[in-house]
Design a protein around this ligand. Structure first.
Ligand code: ATP
Length: 229
């Protein structure tokens, strides 16, 4: 994916991005609160138009495509499970918004529920799941959409450290199994170190091109050093 001369302007806020995210990699997006991490994801996902520049995926210009037509899924912090639908229905939405699943689609849904450790819990309402299980359901729905890019906006930040680590491991395993490319906003350097092949730091109105995470932390740039404190 390439962000080609992207400029974002919202009132006094400016952000420039001219960089690529590597296919098949997990890339962490880090930066101080208010630096523009969520805003950059919104532009990639199509919820916000850039002032200039283009978003390219596999060479295709998707800048003017509506969110649903883009080759990506996005998972937000609050998971967006519908409270009145069962877990299986929430996950099935990843296949068909009207939920009229064929037998084959139901089998695929159940396989994904199984994969994320929710086998047998499909009939429950989201409120009858733990926070970690809700995170798994949201991830299952995104996986079922089967789009090649997955954008995550701090989706596991409400979880405790052990559960968060478990979800990150699940993310890494399922992304590798399916050949997904992932861009993940995180506040936490240990999350980036645990799963991200590359890390992109946003500071002073600019998103820097991603660099290998291990290298970045071995040799922090001034922007990262300022962030880490
Ligand atoms: N509609 C808007 N008009 C003007 N400025 C806005 C608008 N929405 C957000 N902003 C500003 O854009 C900047 C980037 O916000 P964004 O939510 O992308 O930051 P972030 O890096 O994701 O922060 P956090 O880590 O706190 O979630 C912030 O300074 C915010 O105040």
């Amino acid at each position: 994916m390439r962000l080609d001369g992207i400029e974002i302007v919202m009132g006094d806020f400016h952000l420039d991005a001219d960089l690529g995210f590597r296919r098949g990699a997990i890339t962490a997006l880090m930066g101080a609160s208010g630096s523009g991490k969520s805003t950059l994801l919104s532009v990639i996902a199509g919820f916000l138009a850039p002032a200039s520049g283009r978003v390219l995926v596999e060479g295709q210009d998707i800048t003017d495509l509506p969110p649903g037509a883009r080759p990506l899924s996005i998972l937000f912090q609050d998971q967006n499970l519908f409270p009145h639908l069962s877990v299986a229905q929430n996950v099935g939405l990843g296949l068909r918004p009207d939920l009229r699943l064929s037998a084959d689609q139901r089998a695929r849904r159940d396989a994904v529920l199984d994969r994320v450790g929710l086998a047998g819990l499909g009939d429950r309402l989201p409120r009858d799941l733990s926070g970690g299980q809700q995170g798994r359901a949201a991830l299952a729905r995104a996986l079922l959409r089967d789009r090649p890019w997955l954008l995550l906006d701090e989706p596991f930040s409400a979880l405790g450290p052990a559960l968060r680590r478990e979800m990150l491991d699940l993310l890494r395993e399922t992304a590798a199994e399916r050949g997904l490319s992932v861009v993940m906003v995180t506040h936490d350097p240990s999350d980036a170190r645990a799963v991200a092949d590359e890390t992109c730091v946003i500071a002073e109105g600019r998103a820097a091109p991603p660099v290998p995470t291990a290298e970045l932390f071995a040799n922090p740039t001034p922007a990262l050093r300022a962030y880490l404190g």
